[in-house]
Design a protein around this ligand. Sequence first.
Ligand code: HEM
Length: 249
Amino acid sequence: VETMKSARNDDSAPAGSDLSEQIKAATKDNHVRAENTQLMLSYQKGQITLPQHKVLLCSLYEIYKALEEELDRNSSHPAVAPIYFPQELARLEPLEADLEHFFGSDWKNKVIVPAATHRYEQRLRKIGREKPELLVAHTYTRYLGDLSGGQVLGKITQKSLGLSSKEGLSFFSFPGVTSPNRFKQLYRSRMNSIQLTAEEKAAVLEEAVAAFQLNIHVFDDLQKMLSITAETANQSQSGLRTSTLPASP
Ligand code: HEM
């Protein structure tokens, strides 16, 4: 965790008028909140379990499916075209490969997501339909995150789950991106080239904060989902025990 924290650039400088700087400043507090959710802490501590990782993959699948379908549909929109990088960034296929690895060939029947994931998806569909200029807030939140902290998390996850090869870890790897840092710089300059009115820019910043919150709610819902299934498992275990053990005197 310490090395990741110290890898962060000094962002104490006031944000300029560039969208990339403003969006980073606007979401700074929410980034701290997202990093400190139980689920993200488990990753950082190298304590992620297979059930945790599997439910996250399911939700990411639904989220990226909605995000990338909306991006594809709006790829020639002037506020989308500059930040449209399907070759380099698309996560849907890698997620499908990982789901197949962990769930088997009938993975599609096994994808389970909580209500918060459906809300996130619905938000993406709505802005894809009604306000495509806000999609950049969502691509920023997910893709730049995956190219930042996500890179370290991939290595930790491999260790935590005891995976021998890169199998099941496609989500974390970007074969189309040689240098994540240089790509992030290109991405920021493309974000900054989007022509937005003051109103639209304010709406993008607001949407980015909402995007972080949608992610946080997904993480929290997943953790709740897991604690309920763990509880049921414990109950049936203890139920088994009381029925097989002789009653205590
Ligand atoms: C950037 C760590 C979770 C979104 C970063 C950076 C680090 C980091 C080290 C680079 C910061 C810099 O270059 O200044 C982590 C860790 C996480 C985590 C350890 C949890 C395990 C998340 C989540 C999201 C997210 C859950 C959103 C869903 C972003 C974004 C950036 C970023 C958008 C780019 C910031 C910018 O340069 O504008 N993260 N992160 N991160 N992270 Fe995270």
